[in-house]
Design a protein around this ligand. Structure first.
Ligand SMILES: [Zn+2]
Length: 255
């Protein structure tokens, strides 16, 4: 099951902004706006993994009414976001797990280089350069590390099963940790680098096994278990901690 049918019903007029800002209690919230071919009224929902606020409106609705609707429900938006895991923006002082181990982001504006790890009394993720670039640099670094680890884990799993991985791509998808195309391209969420290595290894085993079995049959799970005997531990870890990984790199509502 994919999100395709829903996507076909959602659209935006070319001249329309994709999002509006609303203010509630002195905080600014970004609200994404979409029209839905079958919508009769204005609705709001929160996508908990990404903390995105989505407003759906009828085909003939107006942006002015959409804004009024979102502003009227500003209290609801604020309360719902408040109940979600608090965002951990990539900024000086934030604790970020790398391969399951906490690292504190340390901004070093006058240092040379980009991003590197230092181990003093605590593990530091040091970032050079100006403050506005810190978040992007941390994200780029984590994506790069994720790609290295996931490529290595995928190739190792593929060698065990005697199959070939065409390509490994790293994405920022919130709906799934990994996927496997019929053409042999494996895609993974970069956030797996935040999880302990046994979780990343399990995901690689899972997607590589799909190169042989494009389903979740018994035979598929036997293949996964063959590469990754620890799969129950990894699946449990993801069930318990997976949604928490989405809070890293997210911004707070602006005040
Ligand atoms: Zn699967």
């Amino acid at each position: 099951m994919g999100p395709m049918p829903q996507r076909a019903l959602l659209y935006r007029r070319p001249s329309e902004p994709s999002a509006i800002n609303i203010v509630f209690d002195r905080a600014v919230y970004l609200v994404r706006v979409r029209r839905h071919r079958q919508a009769r009224r204005y609705t709001l929902r929160i996508h908990s993994a990404t903390r995105e606020v989505l407003l759906t409106m009828p085909p003939r609705g107006s942006l002015r009414q959409a804004r009024e609707f979102a502003e009227k429900h500003g209290g609801w938006i604020a309360a719902r976001l408040d109940r979600l895991p608090q965002p951990a923006p990539f900024a000086h002082g934030t604790l970020v797990p790398v391969r399951g181990v906490d690292h504190r982001i340390a901004h070093r504006p006058s240092a040379r280089g980009t991003v590197w790890i230092e181990e003093t009394h605590e593990r530091l993720l040091c970032v050079a350069g100006e403050a506005p670039h810190v978040a992007r640099r941390v994200r780029d670094f984590l994506k790069h590390e994720a790609k290295n680890d996931l490529e290595a884990a995928s190739r190792k799993a593929a060698a065990t099963l005697g199959v070939t991985v065409r390509r490994v791509s790293i994405r920022d998808q919130s709906s799934r940790w990994g996927s496997c195309s019929t053409t042999g391209v494996l895609s993974y969420s970069w956030r797996l680098i935040l999880a302990p290595p046994f979780v990343l290894d399990y995901l690689a085993a899972h997607e590589v096994a799909h190169l042989i079995e494009m389903n979740h049959s018994r035979r598929f799970w036997r293949l996964v278990e063959h590469i990754c005997p620890d799969l129950t531990r990894a699946k449990t870890w993801l069930d318990v901690n997976g949604s928490n990984l989405h809070r890293y790199g997210q911004q707070h509502a602006r005040r």
